[in-house]
Ligand binder design. Structure first.
Ligand code: GDP
Length: 189
């Protein structure tokens, strides 16, 4: 489905009425710097809608965007950032945990973004395992494929396939605008 409108609704850090207001939620998750903000901005066509992890502020909240007046795109904070303190890392993991695993929400879809060049990291695979254990409906987005030549891309896709198992994998590049239509179709239809 084409994304016609995307509006920032609010950022939450714990319990909030928005979690249970009945609007279907599609959650985007990935380690810091994987390009999650770029994917959200490219997908919605709204520059600067999602803030990148290099900018402070909203990145430590769970941000809700209303898509086509019909769905929430839920932008979770990036995990595992290199420069954060342990306390900050814990805070982020707890925030993600409380939303994904303990809040009374059944996400319509969860989009786990990995870096196609780096491949799924240990943190990514741990997150994937937790999501699978909770029976979440998820897809994998392999971002930054523009960094790879054809041969490298084939290798990378095989590697990701081997590590993540049977989930849908969508190759993506925000700079080259590849894969965005497919993500929208899988998530907001
Ligand atoms: P976030 O921390 O996951 O929200 O990541 P950002 O969206 O801030 O992106 C992190 C870095 O990756 C930035 O320098 C982006 O320009 C870059 N980036 C994001 N998407 C792509 C992509 O598809 N290709 C390339 N080459 N770089 C990208």
């Amino acid at each position: 489905m084409k994304i016609l409108s995307a509006i920032f609704v609010k950022g939450v850090v714990g319990d909030d009425d928005i979690l249970e207001d009945g609007i279907p939620q599609v959650a985007f998750i990935g380690r810091s710097n994987v390009g999650k903000s770029s994917v959200i901005n490219a997908l919605t066509g709204v520059k600067g809608l999602a803030r990148s992890s290099s900018t402070p502020g909203r990145t430590q909240e769970i941000n809700f965007f209303l898509i086509n007046n019909k769905y929430y795109l839920v932008d979770l904070p990036g995990y595992g950032f290199a420069h954060g303190s342990y306390e900050r890392k814990d805070f982020i993991f707890n925030l993600i945990d409380s939303y994904i695993f303990t809040a009374p929400v059944e996400q319509k879809k969860i989009v786990l973004i990995v870096d196609a060049k780096v491949g799924p990291t240990e943190d990514d695979l741990a997150m994937l395992q937790s999501l699978e254990q909770k029976g979440k409906d998820l897809i994998i987005v392999a971002n930054k494929i523009d960094k790879l030549n054809k041969n490298e891309l084939n290798k990378s896709m095989l590697n990701i396939r081997e590590l993540v198992g049977p989930h849908t994998i969508i190759p993506c590049s925000t700079t080259k605008k590849i894969g965005l239509g497919e993500i929208a179709d899988k998530c907001f239809n």
